[in-house]
Design a binder for this molecule. Sequence first.
Ligand code: HEM
Length: 118
Amino acid sequence: MDYTVYKLLHMIGIFSLFLGLGGMISYSKGTSPNKALIGAFHGIGLVLILVSGFGLQAKLFIDGFPTWIIAKLVLWLIFGGIVVIAKKGILKGAALWSVMLLLAAAAAYLGIMKPFQG
Ligand code: HEM
């Protein structure tokens, strides 16, 4: 697959993930009429991001796992599990939404700037 196709899939994955996350944390306490749909967007988004992320890594000939990619993988795991934090009420309301936006910004920063090329 072409580099630009991977990039497009990476973006579609991100949009899908955040649609799902937005839906999940809006209903973290109750049940949503769109529960299955929300779960699907979350899951499909995570899978698309991961597959296209490794595709981008390959197309950019990035050897091994530089720190910025490891950091993105950690963020990916957090986006997978943040729902549990929402459901347990550990983080809620404006704090939860702000943390999610900050983590998304961090993932974008890492992907664009590619810092600590160790
Ligand atoms: C989990 C949430 C993630 C988000 C929100 C995210 C977001 C982004 C964004 C916004 C870019 C910049 C695209 C651009 O330069 O126009 C990017 C690039 C990139 N991401 Fe991700 N990413 C995520 C996870 C991952 C993961 C898990 C991997 C690796 C397996 C990955 C690998 C990459 C690579 C290699 C690039 C560089 C693409 C390039 O320079 O053209 N990303 N990511």
